[in-house]
Design a protein around this ligand. Structure first.
Ligand code: FPP
Length: 284
């Protein structure tokens, strides 16, 4: 698992001098040796941001697209290797009015066209995950163009989850794994966690250390279900169009105060009995 990740790992350089004064003030409170390697974000609240201002929903999405670029650039300046954004879910595609879906697709194309130069200037590598083959051919073409144009960049990898669902990712992974097992004449008892990892869309990335959700909802919404097993979750009430690089840094500061245990005992877990067999178990 490790070798697949490391061979493709970005190696961003720090560009702290390019942070805004507010960002630099928060960055100064961070421990650089404890920066997350991978931050994932559920960008939510574009619609509510707009309706609070008596604006149409599409204005919220437009503002949200600007936030995507700003937050990505801050991530690249602090040397974050992986940033994954939930931009369009399978459920969005199926359940939103056609006019909104078609607006989001046009917005995505415009975003890609107008930001490819900034991605180059910021050494950002662009990738997509999801059932992207189901999107319109012109959108796919634009995505492939930006992926190819930025492929050699070595800074932050920005991954957009598009037409993405965590359960359908698992279905796709299991389908791929069954084919592989058949080819190798192996039975299901040979399946390991690493095999499943290898067949995920995210096989080339480490799992997210931190998952941020904007707009206050306390849900995962079918995002990276396998990958977030031990991810720290940070929910902010702020709507996505109001989120910024400063808020990303604040979320990272909060993350750095957490103790990650991965199922083990914490640092102040108390004394461990040397001979557990001596403990009387009373069940009443
Ligand atoms: C949630 O807002 C957000 C989305 C539907 C996906 C995110 C889309 C963007 C940030 C804009 C486009 C992005 C790119 C990369 C071009 P919502 O409509 O669910 O908000 P609501 O819950 O307040 O209605």
């Amino acid at each position: 698992m490790q070798s697949t990740i490391d061979s493709l790992s970005p190696s961003p350089t720090l560009r702290i001098d390019e942070l805004s004064p507010e960002e630099r003030a928060v960055y100064a409170t961070l421990k650089p040796e404890r920066l997350p390697r991978h931050v994932a974000i559920i960008m939510d609240g574009n619609g509510r941001w707009a309706s609070r201002r008596s604006l149409k929903r599409f204005v919220g999405h437009q503002q949200g697209a600007k936030t995507v670029q700003q937050v990505t650039e801050t991530a690249s300046r602090i040397g974050l290797p992986w940033l994954t954004l939930y931009a369009f879910s399978l459920e969005n595609n199926l359940r939103r009015p056609r006019a909104e879906v078609s607006f989001l697709m046009r917005l995505l194309k415009t975003y890609l066209e107008s930001n490819v130069e900034r991605m180059r200037a910021n050494n950002i590598r662009f990738r997509c995950i999801g059932r992207t083959h189901e999107l319109a051919p012109d959108v796919q073409e634009k995505m492939r163009w930006v992926e190819e144009t930025t492929a050699e960049n070595t800074g932050t990898t920005l991954t957009l989850a598009l037409n993405y669902g965590g359960r359908s990712e698992l279905v796709d992974a299991f389908r791929g794994l069954v084919v592989e097992l058949k080819q190798k004449h192996l039975g299901p008892e040979h399946i390991t966690e690493e095999d499943i990892h290898r067949h995920l869309y995210t096989a080339h990335m480490p799992d997210p250390d931190l998952l941020i959700r904007t707009s206050g909802e306390q849900r995962i919404s079918n995002f990276l279900l396998w990958q977030i097993a031990y991810t720290e979750i940070f929910v902010t009430e702020r709507y996505w169009p109001d989120f910024s690089g400063v808020h990303l840094l604040e979320a990272i500061a909060n993350f750095q105060c957490r103790e990650r245990r991965y199922g083990a005992i914490g640092e102040d877990g108390g004394e461990v009995e040397e001979d557990p067999d001596r403990i009387r178990i009373a069940v009443s």
